[in-house]
Structures are given as structure tokens and as C-alpha cells.
Design a protein around this ligand. Structure first.
Ligand code: ZN
Ligand code: FE
Ligand code: FE
Ligand code: ZN
Length: 265
């Protein structure tokens, strides 16, 4: 009884495939719901080269409509966006949230400091010269701010900062604990994102330790693939579901018109 709430479309310029192909894969994988959450437009444009433009929002809605047509009565298709968190994004997120009857909005941090999209592979050289303790501190501070903002239904890939396997030493709870507290205060769900298995960090986002803390704090969760190609829909969901169970989770979230329910899995 799994759903995948974090998937992309070619409008972001680094994903491929047709809506029919994504939905066929979702059905093959036995999913009971499918959520589309492509990289949201960001102003001022052009902001970067890995998202849809504001003028492409109608095309995005058509893409979602095609997915719904293809799915028919077989499974519900939920409409969302993966929005970028910036400390001054409030007005823009409220603006985006009014453009359509979204079922859910994901908040993600891909940018830090001087507009550094730290998870972009083109910056591997910069990572080698970065103070890991310092950038982790900045990341988790922003993550807590995003969580407290209350703007999002799901907080994306919680420890994405580990993507290229630059992890500081010592007990990581100095980063995790304040983030968990902020997530509880902001009431959003988090996701277990399986894309990390295929990155240099070679594990899901977030870590098993973070998952356990989230479970103990009663933070609701979704399971997601972050698919950028049809073959990636529901990828590693067996591993993801096993990790959720190990952490003590028995329920997963569903979203419709930005209201959340939980179901046993
Ligand atoms: Zn992407
Ligand atoms: Fe992301
Ligand atoms: Fe994504
Ligand atoms: Zn993502």
C-alpha cells in the first residue's frame, strides 16, 4: 500500500520520460497513489538551469492532467511542487500555492549561502575545499527555519547535505536534535527519499539515526523515490519500507488538497 510523493517531469530540464511511462511504472510497482512534484519556478528568472519557468506552469499542469488521464480509475495522481527554501521565500511560496489546487508542497534546501546549489555535481571541486562542519551547521540551521515556516506539507530529503559523502566527525545529533525539534514545531511531514542510495553517500535520506529520532518524536513520514526517469519510480521501496519498519514506523502519509491523513502500511 505504498505511494510515491516525490517525482519529476522533463520540465525541470534534468528529467526524462512521458507521463504515461511514469504512471505505467507506478502501476507495475503496485503503488496506490502517485505524486508529481517537479522543481518549482523561482524568481528572479532565469534563476538557474534546473527547474521549470513560471511561464511553463500551464504546461506542467497539462503534464499532470495527462498522467491523470492515463491513470484513470487505477490510481489517484496528486499534484505538487518541490519548492526551494530561502529565508526570504515566504511571499513567493504563498504566491505559488495559489496557482492551482495543489495536493501537497515539498520544501527542499538545495541552496546555501551565496546561492550555492551544493547538491549540483558541478560543484564537486568546491566541496573538496569546503569546511564541512561549517556548511553542515548552515544547512541544518536553514532546515530548522524551513521546518518552522509552516509553508510546506513535506520537508524534502532531510540530510541532503551528505550527498557527496562529506560528513563531519563526532555525534551528528548536534545537528539532528534541533532539526527534529523544529520539525515537530512546524507540523510538516518528512520523507524517506531513496535517491540517496544511488549517490556518493550510498544511503537513503535521512540516515537511520535521524529516522529513529523522527519516529520517537512522532513526525509523520512519506516514502519517495525522487524519480527523474520512469524507471526510477518506487525505486528501492523495499529497502525504504524495511528501514521505516526498523525505525518503528507503522503509518505513512497521504495528501489531498493539502490535507494530510495517515494509513497503515
Ligand atoms: Zn531534480
Ligand atoms: Fe531536491
Ligand atoms: Fe526532487
Ligand atoms: Zn529532490
Amino acid at each position: 500500500m505504498l505511494a510515491d510523493y516525490h517525482t519529476h517531469t522533463p520540465l525541470c530540464r534534468h528529467a526524462e520520460g512521458e507521463p504515461e511511462e511514469y504512471l505505467d511504472q507506478a502501476l507495475t510497482a503496485g503503488l496506490v497513489e502517485y505524486g508529481i512534484s517537479d522543481h518549482a519556478p523561482q524568481t528572479p528568472e532565469p534563476f538557474d538551469d534546473w527547474r521549470m519557468l513560471e511561464s511553463e506552469l500551464p504546461e506542467y499542469l497539462e503534464w499532470i492532467e495527462r498522467a491523470r488521464q492515463h491513470a484513470g480509475a487505477r490510481l489517484p495522481v496528486r499534484a505538487g511542487l518541490e519548492c526551494d527554501w530561502f529565508s526570504d521565500c515566504h511571499e513567493w511560496i504563498v504566491n505559488l500555492s495559489g496557482r492551482y489546487e495543489w495536493d501537497f508542497l515539498i520544501g527542499s534546501i538545495h541552496y546555501l549561502g551565496d546561492k550555492w546549489d551544493f547538491d549540483n555535481p558541478k560543484w564537486l571541486g568546491r566541496w573538496a575545499e569546503t569546511d564541512v562542519e561549517e556548511i553542515w551547521t548552515a544547512y541544518w540551521e536553514e532546515y530548522a527555519n524551513m521546518a518552522r515556516s509552516g509553508l510546506f506539507d513535506i520537508l524534502g530529503h532531510p540530510d541532503l547535505i551528505k550527498k557527496f559523502a562529506y560528513t563531519p566527525g563526532g555525534d551528528l545529533r548536534r545537528f539532528y536534535d534541533p532539526a527534529i525539534e523544529a520539525i515537530v514545531a512546524g507540523h510538516a511531514a518528512i520523507e524517506l527519499n531513496t535517491a540517496g542510495f544511488h549517490k556518493p553517500c550510498a544511503e537513503q535520506y535521512p540516515s537511520a539515526e535521524f529516522l529513529k529520532l523522527a519516529r520517537e518524536a512522532n513526525i509523520p513520514i512519506t516514502l519517495s523515490s525522487d524519480a527523474h526517469a520512469p524507471g526510477e519510480v518506487a525505486r528501492d521501496f523495499d529497502k525504504g519500507a524495511a528501514l521505516l519498519k526498523e525505525a518503528g514506523y507503522t503509518q505513512l502519509c497521504r495528501f489531498e488538497r493539502r490535507s494530510r491523513t495517515q494509513v497503515d502500511f
